[in-house]
Every structure is written in C-alpha cells, then in structure tokens.
Write a protein that binds this ligand. Sequence first.
Ligand SMILES: Cc1cc2nc3c(=O)[nH]c(=O)nc-3n(C[C@H](O)[C@H](O)[C@H](O)COP(=O)(O)O)c2cc1C
Length: 198
Amino acid sequence: MPPIRLLIVPGSVRASSLNLRLARCVQQLAPALGMAGSVLDLRALDLPLYDGDWEDQHGVPAGALALRDALDAADAVLWVTPEYNGFPTPLMFNALDWLSRVPASVGQVAGVATTTNKPAALLSASSGPGGGLRAMNLLRQFLQMNFAMLVVPQQFALGRAQEAFDDAGALSDPRAADAVKAVLAATATLAKALRAQG
Ligand SMILES: Cc1cc2nc3c(=O)[nH]c(=O)nc-3n(C[C@H](O)[C@H](O)[C@H](O)COP(=O)(O)O)c2cc1C
C-alpha cells in the first residue's frame, strides 16, 4: 500500500516557532508509521485578512485555491496549533475562513468539500505548561463542525516546548514521543481504513 499522504499544517511558521519544530519532528516520525509527511507553510499562501469587500473586488485569492489543492491531495491532515490567548492563531483561522469561501469549479471541488470526511489530527506546542490544550480543543470543534473533518480522539499538547527538543530536532522525553506517535498511529489507521473502503 502506498504511504498515507499526511499534510502537516503548523499554525505558526516564524523562524523559531515551536509548532514548526514539532511539525518537522512529526515529518521525521511519519515514515515509520506508513505515512509521508509534508509541511505546509500557511504564510507562503500570502492570504489577506478575510474581508468581504476585498473578496467582492478581487475574488478568492490564489493562496486559498492552493490551500484547497494541498488539502485535496492529502489523505489526512495534522494541524499543529499554537495558543494565543486560548485560541489558535489568526494565521490558521484566516486560512480556514478563506478555504470556506472557495467555490466548486469545473473539475475542482469546493474548499469545504476537500475537508469533508477527511481524517485529521491535532497537536499543539506552547512555551507554557498547558501546551496549547485550550486552542487545540477549540480547533477540534471548529474543524468538526465547520469543515466536517474526522478528527481522531487522540491528541497531544506539548508544554514547555522550548525545552522539549534535542539538537537533532527529536523529542527528548520518550513519553512525549510516544504520545505523538499514538496520534500519528490513530490517524494512519483511520486513513488506511477509509482508503480500503474506496
Ligand atoms: C499573543 C500571544 C498570546 C499567547 N497566549 C498564550 C496562551 O493563551 N497560552 C499559552 O500556552 N501560550 C500563549 N502564548 C505563548 C505562545 O504559546 C508561545 O509564544 C509559542 O512559542 C507560540 O507558538 P510558536 O512558537 O509556534 O510561534 C501566547 C503568545 C502570544 C504572542
């Protein structure tokens, strides 16, 4: 069976982002679980802040179509979210708002159709002790209710993430590494089951 294509989406891509580090760590772990991971750079989509007047004038931006295409090509999506005042980042929410505005066109599905019934999973990383758990739980609800994603129950919040990685970018604490692997394993199991169903 070809590997499960896992799209990894960190909600922060600043140079020293802890969530980007966690996303890259997952990319390294993915092959051992039968998955091929690629990390999506939300900032590179160059999406303006959603504004209905902007949309009336310009239509849906190319970055939103690129996001739809990246999601469409994936078997499963791993969202890696920071926590800003209890919420996922504006970078992530803005991208999802734009995705919801992508209409179906000839030969191409609408934004929300790409996510419907698609396996998803959640991780978060924060410098605080809670690891972004509040943001992750809100994101779960948001992805399930608005984007009809099948979010696996397993999730993991990496607290004090600035101390969590070794020089090679792996998680130093084996319990943290096992928790991340459990999330990936559940995602792979669901994606493989759906693939087998056709
Ligand atoms: C505006 C803002 C709000 C924050 N709020 C929280 C918070 O509610 N909970 C938390 O654990 N950390 C919070 N933090 C700290 C972030 O978790 C920390 O900056 C983290 O490194 C951001 O993710 P990144 O490294 O992937 O960019 C906040 C940071 C900022 C800039």
